[in-house]
Design a protein around this ligand. Structure first.
Ligand code: UDP
Length: 166
C-alpha cells in the first residue's frame, strides 16, 4: 500500500521526466514507471502524451550534435509516442535522476541494478527515460515540452502543502 505523504511548497522543486518511445511501446512498463513515480512521493503536476517530429528531436538535443550517437538519438526520439511529466517534490531533479540511474544501460545494470534504466533500458540510446540535470535545464525543458505552463505562477498559486501517494 502506498501511504500518503505531506509536502510543503517551500521545499518543492520541479523537474521534467520523459518516458521515451522504447518504454511507451510497452503498457506494462508504462504502468510500472507511473507507479514508481507515485511511490517515490512525486506530485504529478502535468502529464502529456506527444510525438516529436525529427526537427523537435534535433532542437532538444542540439547540445549533442556532433557526438557519435546524435543521429541515432534524434531518430529514436522521433520514432514513436512519448509521455512527459512535470514532477514536483523536494530535490525532484536529483531524486528522478537517481531513480533513472546512469545513462548507459550496461553500466546501470552493473552499478545500480534497482534503477529504471537498469531494469527496462534496451541500449545506451533506448534507455527508457529522460530527466533534467539542473534547475536551469529543468526550466528550459519544461518550457520545451509544456510551453503553456508558467512555472512562477504555479509556484505562487499552489496550495502550500500537498498529499501524494494516494
Ligand atoms: N546517449 C546515447 N549514447 C551515449 C550517450 C548518450 O545514445 O553514449 C543518448 C541517451 O539516450 C541519453 C541521451 O543521449 O539519454 C542524452 O545523453 P546525456 O549524456 O544527456 O544523458 P542523460 O542525461 O539522458 O543521462
Amino acid at each position: 500500500m502506498v501511504r500518503p505523504t505531506l509536502h510543503c511548497a517551500k521545499a518543492l522543486q520541479l523537474t521534467l521526466a520523459v518516458i521515451k518511445p522504447d518504454a511507451v511501446a510497452h503498457p506494462l512498463i508504462m504502468k510500472a514507471l507511473h507507479q514508481r513515480i507515485l511511490e517515490s512521493n512525486f506530485i504529478i503536476v502535468r502529464r502529456k502524451d506527444l510525438k516529436w517530429r525529427r526537427q523537435d528531436s534535433e532542437r532538444f538535443y542540439a547540445e549533442h550534435s556532433g557526438r557519435f550517437f546524435y543521429q541515432r538519438l534524434v531518430e529514436f526520439m522521433s520514432s514513436g509516442p512519448m509521455r512527459a511529466y512535470i514532477l514536483a517534490r523536494e530535490d525532484a531533479i536529483a531524486h528522478w535522476r537517481e531513480l533513472m540511474g546512469p545513462t548507459k544501460v550496461y553500466r546501470a545494470r552493473y552499478t545500480s541494478p534497482d534503477t529504471i534504466r537498469a531494469q527496462y533500458g534496451l541500449t545506451d540510446t533506448r534507455n527508457t527515460t529522460h530527466g533534467s540535470d539542473s534547475v536551469e535545464s529543468a526550466h528550459r525543458e519544461i518550457a520545451f515540452f509544456f510551453p503553456e505552463f508558467q512555472i512562477e505562477d504555479w509556484m505562487k498559486k499552489e496550495e502550500p502543502c500537498f498529499r501524494t501517494g494516494q
